[in-house]
Write a protein that binds this ligand. Structure first.
Ligand code: S3P
Length: 169
């Protein structure tokens, strides 16, 4: 089996990118790198703070810079934030030398997995489900267009998803 030098996970909030990414990296003997978490470490602040102080645009600039940096990594599984596919520039960066996996997840599961989550500024309003639905309508074609592999995650344990992914790499 010849493995890709980098595996990139894309998909909406609540798709399981971090959980599955960590397990997949362990399975492949790769390092796991989570774009959002590294941005937070570098910034010394969490994502809600970055959105508050710098606006979404400030966060997106940090995100593009981080994705560029991570595109130099080898033997790595990279988890991206749900909005990473919005900028054409990011899509080109993510694709470079990587196998891109779209973790496809129903709105119901996204709602369930992000319920009462305070770390996602886009969902801090009275109708997070409507937000997730709107984002999905815009982003699903972008995730699909970018992906080499589309993997459904509903009603599957992270372990099962990882087993199915390893079989398809
Ligand atoms: C975002 C998703 C979040 C994070 C930020 C914006 C989005 O990442 O990058 O809150 O635009 O969908 P997760 O998908 O890991 O929650």
């Amino acid at each position: 089996m010849s493995l890709p030098k980098r595996v990139v996970l894309v998909g909406p909030m609540g798709a399981g990118k971090s959980t599955i990414g960590r397990l997949l990296a362990r399975e492949l003997g790769y390092q796991f790198m989570d774009s959002d978490r590294i941005i937070e470490e570098r910034c010394g602040a969490n994502i809600p703070w970055i959105f508050d102080v710098e606006g979404e645009e400030g966060f997106r600039q940090r995100e593009t810079a981080m994705l560029k940096e991570l595109s130099g990594q080898e033997n790595a599984v990279v988890a991206t934030g749900g909005g990473a596919v919005m900028r054409p520039e990011n899509r080109a960066i993510l694709k470079q030398g990587a196998v891109v996996i779209y973790l496809k997840t129903s709105i119901e599961q996204q709602v369930e997995r992000t319920r009462r989550d305070r770390n996602r500024p886009l969902l801090q309003n009275e109708d997070p489900e409507a937000v997730l639905r709107n984002l999905f309508a815009i982003r699903d074609p972008l995730y699909t267009g970018l992906a080499d592999i589309v993997m459904y995650t509903d009603r599957k344990s992270p372990r099962l998803v990882v087993r199915q992914l390893v079989n398809r790499l």
